[in-house]
Ligand binder design. Sequence first.
Ligand code: HEC
Length: 326
Amino acid sequence: MMATLLFLALFLLGLLLALRPLLGPKEPFPEPPRREELLKELEVLKGEVEALSGEEKRLALARMVELERLLEGYRPPAPRARSPWPAVLLLGGVALLGVGLWRYTLPRLPGETTVTARQEARELKALAEKAQRTGAVEDLLAWGRRAYALKAFDQAAEAYLGVLKKDPRNLEALRRVGILLFLGGRLEEARLFLEIAQHADPKAAEGWLFLGNLYFQEGRMEEAIRAWERYLEAGGEARERVEALIAMARAQAQGGKDGQAVYQARCAACHGLQGEGGVGPRLKGNPLLKSPEAVREIVLRGRGAMPAVPLSEEELKALLKFLGTL
Ligand code: HEC
């Protein structure tokens, strides 16, 4: 019985020893306490030792001496040797991923954009500080120009409005404030600024570009086309883009002229909203409408009590089409 138990115990011990490496690496020695911990304990003791007395004080002092000694002879724990392969594989993977991302997504070196962005921000800040310090028109202009170029529109607006406060007739500031208002969606005010600026300084191409954009947004095609043409005359750089814009506005002006809108603006007051008649005779169902040439004559030359109504060819065409639907 005893022999069996002993045998079993030995067998279990052997099994345990055999399995030990599989149970995960066990640190054979406890890690030496870390330097910071020792220092901390020393600090605490130093704070407390004054308040202690007798045996306790003696023990605390002894521990302090021990700690001092430990700290003096302290060696940082030697780094454990590890297999380098996981780290190498990991680094390799990260490098491959990085190169892949860089190659396929970034047209420039990683970090380059942030570096330039930071430089630009610093440069802009310096200009802003100088302008705010001196308040001189030249400095405000320099700040505004740089901010505008970097698309820091808030700052550009602040700078150019500062210029206008000092020099309300500064054309660059008038134009740029107009552009900034336009970009901010404040069309009415933008038009005011831009029209003044372009009237006074028709050579400034960028003003024409934005004035054209503004008219276009307001649906005033003819004026948009005219403004863009003046942009090209002033030697604006975005030639192709603006030529395409002009073509688009032309197409829109032709197809988009709404005959009903023309009728309501120019005829409805006398002939009724639906052509039912008023001061002028009824047009709805009027046999005269079957001959567009006659209507054209009447409209352009007037007849009897009806005054001539000058219309462009486009407007007239759209109008005749609309009259055909009455
Ligand atoms: C200021 C008022 C007024 C306006 C605006 C006006 N008309 Fe007239 N129109 C008249 C009067 C009045 C007559 C009748 C003239 C006459 O025969 O003495 C008339 C006549 C006509 C006739 C001839 C009708 C018939 O049966 O003889 C046509 C067609 C016509 N108008 C179309 C138009 C169109 C299209 C417009 C808009 C582009 C227009 N008019 C704008 C007052 C107006």
